[in-house]
Write a new protein. Structure first.
Length: 368
């Protein structure tokens, strides 16, 4: 008998329906909570996680895996082989489950993420490196390199949020790379924007989340951090940029920058302002409102990418109430509707060029 297909949790959530389907998942046991029903019967709530999603599994005391799971160490890496069904009200459930511990090789493979996520994040990381390598301002170029030399590994395993968007191991890399691509598109139509400052600001805007939303080297669970809890990622990011800047000014190369215009202190202040103002509003945690073109651009790029990621997740996970209409999901405040499909232009060929759309004309003479 061939083993059932191995799926990441996000794909399992997509394919599960009202019919039983055999699949395997490789996951980490993030938490295990013992509870009792209204009549006093014990049950377990197991939160299972991988690089793509999380799943809550409720096991009652008559479940064949009840005692096996209860005896597992927290943060154990397991395979769950089952017949999966989407129950509707209670979500996705495994029926006839079988559990085993993963081998060390399977564990390391799981930590790299499913092949699609791992490939996407690797590509996004290369995008970040390419954008930073193109910076013309030597101070920002060296500052970004200094940051990567010290924090690249931690940065690559940090999420962009705990829940709302890109809330997964490596999610910050995906978010930052997309923001940098959007920034270059915006700079192409608003050439007065300081591209170097904007790209560097995007790299650093959420760097404080390395102490707020970072994952350990061997896990998919975001631990709570006292610094992140008491200060938040914006003050932590400001402190980190200031520390790196002081170290930057101690480099031998810094003597060559004294005559640059703008001067180094102005560059530092503008970069700090981008970190401080990126939430856009005081009530959302920014200590200051955006006061420069780059600050307002970064705020909106950040917000757009976060919101579109929420839509993407909503289409995957929210219940379809009627054709094209999906139920509310956290944190979106209303139901959402399927986007309108676009019609791609036919690809032209040498033999048969693609048909051209009719020109758009102005039928009103000047002065009308």
């Amino acid at each position: 008998m061939h083993p059932a297909d191995l799926l990441p949790l996000a794909d399992l959530r997509t394919v599960a329906n009202a019919m039983l389907q055999p699949y395997r998942v490789h996951v980490q046991l993030d938490s295990l909570t013992e509870r009792t029903t209204s009549i006093g019967s014990p049950y377990l709530e197991a939160r299972l996680v991988d690089a793509t999603d999380s799943l809550l599994w409720r096991l009652f005391d008559n479940n064949p895996c009840f005692h096996q799971l209860k005896d597992l160490p927290r943060s154990a890496f397991i395979e769950l082989d089952a017949e999966w069904i989407d129950t509707g009200k209670y979500g996705i459930e495994p029926r006839s489950p079988k559990v085993r511990l993963l081998s060390e090789d399977e564990k390391q493979s799981l930590l790299l993420g499913d092949p699609e996520t791992a490939a996407r994040q690797q590509s996004d990381w290369h995008t970040i490196l390419e954008k930073l390598a193109s910076l013309s301002d030597p101070r920002l170029h060296h500052l970004c390199q200094l940051f990567l030399d010290r924090f690249a590994d931690r940065y690559k395993r940090t999420a962009a949020a705990r829940e709302n968007h890109h809330a997964r191991r490596g999610g910050l890399v995906e978010h930052v790379a997309q923001m940098m691509r959007a920034s270059d598109a915006l700079c192409s139509v608003y050439p007065d924007l300081n591209r170097d400052l904007l790209i560097a600001g995007i790299l650093f805007h959420d760097c404080g989340k390395m102490w707020e939303n970072s994952y350990p080297e061997t896990g998919f669970s975001q631990p709570y951090n006292l610094h992140g809890e008491m200060l938040g990622h914006i003050p932590l990011g400001l402190e980190l940029v200031n520390k790196l800047w002081r170290d930057l000014m101690d480099l031998p190369e810094a003597t060559d920058w004294t005559l640059l215009d703008p001067n180094s202190e102005h560059v530092r202040l503008h970069l700090l302002h981008l970190v401080a103002a990126h939430h856009g509003q005081l009530e959302y945690g920014s200590p200051v409102l955006p006061k420069t073109p780059e600050a307002i651009a970064l705020h909106h790029i950040d917000n757009i990418d976060a919101k579109l990621e929420m839509f993407r997740r909503g289409y995957q996970t929210a219940k379809e109430l009627a054709p094209h209409i999906y139920d509310r999901f956290r944190p979106w405040p209303t139901r959402i509707v399927s986007p309108l499909k676009s019609i791609p232009p036919p690809p032209p060929t040498e033999e048969t060029p693609g048909p051209e759309s009719p020109p758009i004309t102005d039928n009103h003479p000047p002065g009308d």
